[in-house]
Design a protein around this ligand. Structure first.
Ligand code: HEM
Length: 551
């Protein structure tokens, strides 16, 4: 019997309807499983389609988030797409379960890992479970103090380039500069040289540094344009093969997506070229690296060498090492440049802190007869350390981290939650529930840090921390905060970032005074990684106007 066109259409319609029916069924089943979460207090949903998502992730979400914490406490219910319930959590006991005790259950969300896999390849940002642990096993030692020490002269030389630029610009007295742009160029060059042994030449006057650096700089702004659609990506990418998916994406009338694909291709092509060159140098032996940037002490060269000597079982395939290169450029740039910009803004607003820091740094440099080494920067400058810790506590560059529950489980909490059925000490969390860890809220919780939790007080780090802080046992890798997160996915580059910040402050603060530019209002855009901007400005990219004056 011949099959007519009408039969094919009918079969297609049946298939589509069945697919849609399955999706509706699985959504309804999930909503039923989440019913018990409704009793946890939380804000009413603002939209049937997007719940509270727009308010929570709004560029100006700061006060909304603070209100939520004031009104509902450290564990609350919020609504996501189509009535999906999501928990917003900053309770330390709950966070310990999510980050440490049940970290295999509370994994990165599929939209985060899938979009990162398509953007960078199979790197740390797309791996979960055993595959992720295997990558961390090879990468953790590369980020150890032993290797970070060697990066200090490189960090100092690059910051000295910025210092020379600032000297030239302040020849006639003070100058008004967008320092966020300079810190972003510096952070990019630091990870390019320290991470990849490559230069983008971003510290030259025009800062353009070629196609590769332009692509890296454009990546985050382009990603943010398609960000609202990221949660839908895993639904499509698991059923459509990558090549067809890419072809389909290029056929869509969606210039932002085309741009993102073009940028990620550009980054991949350039990273591949650097990778091949490194492998060729490795075959020639250690001496071949001596005339290379970083002399073979950069992260990827160390990783390649360690990988060569690793056991068969631990060795990572080339594709995974290559994808770490693109991923590192992304993970290390906006986070660190944002942190440095925030520190400088705070110092500009608080001249008393800036002056005290200058005194400590100048005295230490006079004593050392010049530049400071790793031990002095890390252990010998208590006020510098306190300033960095305090600003990173109050203003974490990554204010909220999301996880998705991979199996039904329960989360205990430190303070009982008052529900309509009475107080509860643990929450049943069904599989596929998104949990948002509120880093900023736990870092500023007055029940942990005291009534002055939201105030900037570097001095709090100069004497033993109160018992409320130590007993809270916050599961973070850095100074009782979640700024660099905790558990298996904690920031691998946190020592790298700390050193960067300290070197930049040590090299700039003794030579320049920074003041706020009162003519322009700086605001911070809430997001995956927060960025500074100027109110009313149309400039794309980070902005932090500061007045700079020679000391
Ligand atoms: C102030 C600067 C930085 C902050 C605040 C920061 C913060 C974070 C946070 C909160 C995470 C956890 C994200 C998640 O689990 O979803 C993370 C992960 C990560 N960070 Fe950072 N980061 C900074 C700098 C850096 C630098 C300089 C590097 C590299 C040199 C880096 C590399 C990474 C990588 C590779 C991961 C993923 C780790 C994994 O999943 O195993 N970060 N970072």
């Amino acid at each position: 019997m011949a099959i007519s066109f009408a039969d094919v259409v009918l079969a297609g319609e049946i298939l589509l309807l069945t697919g849609a029916g399955l999706v509706v069924f699985s959504i309804l089943r999930h909503r039923v499983k989440q019913l018990s979460l409704w009793k946890i207090p939380g804000p009413p949903s603002r939209s049937l389609w997007s719940g509270n998502i727009r308010q929570i992730f709004h560029a100006n979400a700061w006060s909304y988030q603070e209100e939520l914490f004031q009104q509902y406490g450290s564990v609350l219910r919020t609504t996501g797409l189509l009535g999906d319930i999501r928990l917003l959590v900053s309770d330390p006991v709950a966070c310990t379960t999510i980050l440490l005790k049940e970290q295999d259950i509370f994994e990165e969300t599929p939209w985060f890992t899938e979009t990162n896999r398509h953007a960078f390849g199979p790197s740390l940002l797309s791996a979960t479970g055993a595959a992720h642990r295997k990558q961390r096993k090879m990468l953790n030692p590369v980020f150890s103090i032993k290797h970070m020490r060697h990066l200090i002269p490189l960090f100092q030389n690059l910051t000295a380039e910025l210092r020379d630029i600032l000297y030239a610009r302040t020849e006639d007295g003070t100058t008004d500069l967008n320092m966020a742009d300079w810190f972003s160029r510096l952070a990019l060059e630091l990870i390019a040289q320290g991470g990849l042994g490559h230069t983008f030449n971003t510290m030259n006057a025009d800062g353009k540094g070629g196609e590769f650096s332009r692509a890296v700089k454009e990546f985050s702004p382009s990603l943010s344009k398609v960000a609202p659609w990221r949660p839908l990506f895993p639904l499509i990418s698991t059923i459509i093969p990558p090549k067809i998916l890419r072809f389909g994406a290029m056929c869509l009338p969606w210039p932002d997506l085309h741009n993102l694909i073009r940028i990620s291709d550009e980054i991949h092509a350039n990273a591949s070229a650097i990778f091949e060159k490194k492998k060729a140098l490795l075959n020639e032996g250690d001496a071949a690296f001596m005339d290379q940037i970083g002399e073979g002490k950069d992260i990827i060269t160390i990783l390649l060498k360690a990988n060569l000597n690793a056991s068969e079982q631990d060795r990572l395939p080339d594709e995974q090492i290559l994808s770490q290169m693109s991923m590192l450029l992304f993970a290390a740039t906006d986070t660190t440049s944002g942190a440095i910009s925030r520190i400088m803004q705070t110092l500009a607003d608080r001249q008393d802190i800036q002056e005290k820091l200058r005194e400590e740094l100048t005295e230490a440099q006079d004593k050392a007869g010049g530049r400071l080494g790793y031990d002095e920067l890390t252990y010998g400058l208590p006020y510098l350390d306190a300033v960095c810790r305090e600003i990173l506590r109050i203003h974490p560059p990554v204010p909220l981290v999301q996880r998705m529950c991979q199996a039904d489980t329960t989360i205990p909490v430190s303070t009982p939650i008052q529900t309509v059925d009475g107080p509860i000490k643990s929450i049943y969390v069904p599989k596929k529930t998104t949990v948002m860890v509120n880093v900023r809220a736990i870092n500023r919780d007055p029940s942990i840090w005291g009534p002055d939790a939201a105030e900037l007080k570097p001095e709090r780090w100069l004497s033993p921390l109160p018992e409320t802080v130590t007993q809270a046992r916050i599961p973070g890798v850095y100074s009782n905060t979640l700024t660099f997160f905790g558990g298996g996915h904690a920031c691998i580059g946190f020592k790298f970032a700390q050193l960067e910040m300290k070197v930049v402050l040590a090299e700039l603060i003794p030579h320049f005074r920074f003041y706020p530019d009162k003519k322009q209002e700086v605001f911070w855009r809430f997001g995956g990684i927060i960025t500074p901007g100027v109110r009313g400005s149309t400039v794309v990219g980070p902005q932090m106007p500061l007045i700079v004056e020679r000391v």
